[in-house]
Ligand binder design. Sequence first.
Ligand code: FAD
Length: 317
Amino acid sequence: MKITDHIKEANGKTLFSFEIIPPKKGNSIQQLYDNIDPLMEFKPPFIDVTTSREEYVYIEKEGLLDRKITRMRPGTVGICAAIKHKYDVDTVPHVLCGGFTKEETEYVLVDCHYLGIQNVMALRGDAMSHQKYFTPNKDGNHYAKDLVKQIHNLNEGKYLHDVVETNNCSDFCIGVAGYPEKHLEAPSLQTDLKRLKEKVDAGANYVVTQMFFDNQKYFEFVEAAKKAGINVPIIPGIKPIAVKRHLQLLPQVFRIDIPEILIDEVEKCKTNKDVRQVGIEFAINQSKELLAAGVPVLHYYSMGKSDNIHAIASELF
Ligand code: FAD
């Protein structure tokens, strides 16, 4: 079922969902199941599975370092299929521009369609760690908007090299990313909103936000998006702080602010167990306010560990 239909069917009731990261290659999918199992009691209608682009690894060979390109966390579509069938839940694979040609993207989408996956999240991806700026693959999509167009075309039977007349077209519901504190490369929030509108005009059906810790920023973003003519659901993404290092890491990577009150509480903590508890309590309060405001879904970034998400959801759902 499409995410937008889940939201309609909920009839104003806020849904619970979360995002997981595939394990590094060489690990078992059981690791994911162990994290998902406890969260299923909160009946998520969908689970997102991230995709990681390729990266460099350095291998020592006869005293020299050899650089190889590899994908450390492959398998998003396979994981989505496995979770969908094990738990009878919709899964949302993240599909990236970066690291993929349009041809490869088409194969991923065709596989999703065969596997009965009806939702995809269309994202540009980031620059590789050695690059200053994002560079698309030769023959790849540059911006998420271009990827949305490719998915939208496929929904109409338009493949890259031919048009297929069929009554078995894909009918993907397409999600895209939104940034209440603006994307780090955007010159202004207004320009970024214009870009978001372009993604929606290209066929995106809903938005999931980058994490934020100040609800006011989300509320203002939703208002500004409405004013800009964006009328699709905007799902807030929530990340509980889990370790002290997040105070530096999250603003550095995502260019987001952390409220003073949260910084103060985290700084008082003696152990990371205490930090985790502070993160849980803050996220519960943040979520309660969003719930009261009637957001369509509360979507949590689990980052591979679900005990804190479970503690939060237990208070809310
Ligand atoms: P875009 O919408 O393409 O925007 C990227 C930048 O380009 C923005 O600054 C925008 O303003 C600008 N822009 C857009 N169009 C134009 C144009 N025509 N001309 C000039 N500038 C333009 N990353 C992963 O690698 N894997 C994941 O699974 C993943 N999941 C995510 C899930 C969510 C909910 C979010 C919020 C982010 C996720 N990301 C993921 C991170 C994401 O890939 C990065 O934030 C990336 O830098 C931008 O992706 P985007 O889809 O927002 O890009």
